[in-house]
Design a protein around this ligand. Sequence first.
Ligand code: FE
Ligand code: FE
Ligand code: ZN
Length: 273
Amino acid sequence: MRYIGCHLSASAGYMGMVKTAEGIGANTFAFFTRNPRGSKAKKEDPADAARAVAALADKGFGKLVAHGAYTMNLCTKEAEAREFAADVLADDLRRMAAVPDQYYNFHPGSHVGQGSEAGIAYIAQALRKALEPGYPVTVLLETMAGKGSEVGGKFEELKAIIDAVGSEHVGVCLDTCHVYDAGYDIVNDLDGVLAEFDAVVGLDRLKALHLNDSKNPFASHKDRHECIGQGSLGVSTFAAIVSHPLLAGKPMILETPNELPGYAREIELLRSL
Ligand code: FE
Ligand code: FE
Ligand code: ZN
């Protein structure tokens, strides 16, 4: 089964997103758990969540891939800001319990000069604490482009976080634009990159993908998403990804610069490949 979807606005609630997803041919979706550039979360609506749980099962949707706020930096320099980010993470995981057994993806963080080792330790500490109550959610570390002091541009860093947390509820979401910008050549050697991921992290930890073309060339460390087929990755790379046996059944989420009609066309294109 191919589970393909895109980022949707959470303003109409879970049921609103399920309906929008169906309307554009999606059978999974992503959404921000709170204002992506702030930290304010929506009021919780248990009845809406309960209806969505039933609808997702009934319609055979793949797992959802929620996205944490961009402002949530678990390894920032100031202790107070770090604690605030850790509290946001813990609250997001608590909220995810309303739709059990989905994924929650987030950007590991930027160590802002403290070094990736210190960053990894802070991220792991926050994750251990947030996972402690045992909410029914699996947290995904997003592969990053390695821009500035971003943690997660190397598979080894993701592996170090996973090992330091020591929970089955931690996986990875592979963003195609980010890994290509980070220097993993999925255009010419997708099999080699997946073999490297398997050797370093283990493919059992790879739970979801973000499908984005890239505005920039290989290893540019930039992170600018492009529409499918219009960037440096090209349609043939996405054809290989959506039909790769090692990636079968994993939710694949578009985060391309599109409105809903553009997403509908890209979903249709990906299903045709
Ligand atoms: Fe992201
Ligand atoms: Fe992404
Ligand atoms: Zn990105």
